[in-house]
Design a protein around this ligand. Sequence first.
Ligand SMILES: Cc1cc2nc3c(=O)[nH]c(=O)nc-3n(C[C@H](O)[C@H](O)[C@H](O)COP(=O)(O)OP(=O)(O)OC[C@H]3O[C@@H](n4cnc5c(N)ncnc54)[C@H](O)[C@@H]3O)c2cc1C
Length: 373
Amino acid sequence: MASVSESRRVVVVGGGAAGASVAINLASHGLKPMVLETLREPESKVGECLPPTAAPILQRLGLADQLQRDGHLPSYGNRSVWGAPAPVERDFIFGTQGHGWQLDRARFEARLMDRARAEGVDWRGGVRLVECVWRDECWTLIVRTSSGDATLEADFVVDATGRASRLARRLGARQLRYDRLVGTACLLKSRSGNGIKDSFTLVEAVRSGWWYSARLPDEKLMAVFFTDHDLLDHEVLKADGWFALLRETEHTGRRVREGDYDPLAEPRVLAAHGSCLDVVAGERWLAVGDAAAAYDPLSSYGISAALGAGVYAASAIVDSLAGSRDALPAYRRIIEQSFAQYLIRHEEYYALERRWLDELFWKRRHEPVAQRA
Ligand SMILES: Cc1cc2nc3c(=O)[nH]c(=O)nc-3n(C[C@H](O)[C@H](O)[C@H](O)COP(=O)(O)OP(=O)(O)OC[C@H]3O[C@@H](n4cnc5c(N)ncnc54)[C@H](O)[C@@H]3O)c2cc1C
């Protein structure tokens, strides 16, 4: 690994899992990066299942023992009703990396932010990037805060802004979309305070898409209905319509009845399509996490991929600032190859569900990838 002067200024835009990971890993190389995050404090995000394969990256980030203390729930497996009416279980006990987790995302991201600050990262909440241009041999960034606009300079900038890829698209990268998936998510709470004890994440395919549900701390349950944005029935955007659709499902409906759950708020619609930038890194910039490549949540891969890519991104930045011409192309290859592997696995998994091939949602998923988006 090359060494690089700690005075080199790296600005990471976005303080989610990817931004935090790249900043913590840069700090471990002796740099003092700055993170700009729109949110003043971490807020709850949808997407809470962290599979056991995240264990090595949690260890590296110094979080392996922290999750239990922070009150996240261990998860011992996945149950899927996919391709046939009977549920199939995958118990994590048969793997080598222990159990997974059901995260409270606001708590998890707050812990990542604290960890970054403890490593010397200059973390600035409530700061939104609005412009970034290369001028006089460095980046000039215009940022917006509650007290007005300010200008910053950087030697290297990182796009960790999530699926929107705000910075990379400003720098000319194009986002390639592979499907039209959206999730309609609702947080539920047990009325009786007697929610389910079942720690498995449940995935259930239905005629118009699929559902997942995961138990969360404080007697809550997250349930999300996925379909394509152009197929979404507008009734589902209201809690009553969404809940009525949920009650039609066999297995998800049963766990909601057993735990006596009720929606806490109106459903939220979230982009959930697979996408990848045509170029994930260029001269003095790179994209990481969902900003570089975003995965269908069926994979439960987004958070661990974002944390893991932070390690590669940090190494590539350090090497590139030290003068290596190979570092950024090598980083690009890592992201592109892992996205290509994801596309193959994604296609294989959807191919297993053949019960509703007359429905557009499923028909699209049995077509060659390039024709879908
Ligand atoms: C419905 C749904 C369910 C999911 N379920 C799972 C799951 O069970 N398991 C899993 O692993 N993954 C899941 N995911 C995916 C997972 O949430 C993402 O992969 C993960 O959040 C990616 O982290 P990130 O840091 O790249 O992006 P994000 O978490 O999106 O963070 C980006 C950050 O950038 C900030 N930002 C944006 N623009 C600016 C700007 N201009 N200036 C400053 N800051 C900015 C945002 O405020 C945000 O905090 C799910 C996703 C969806 C939509």
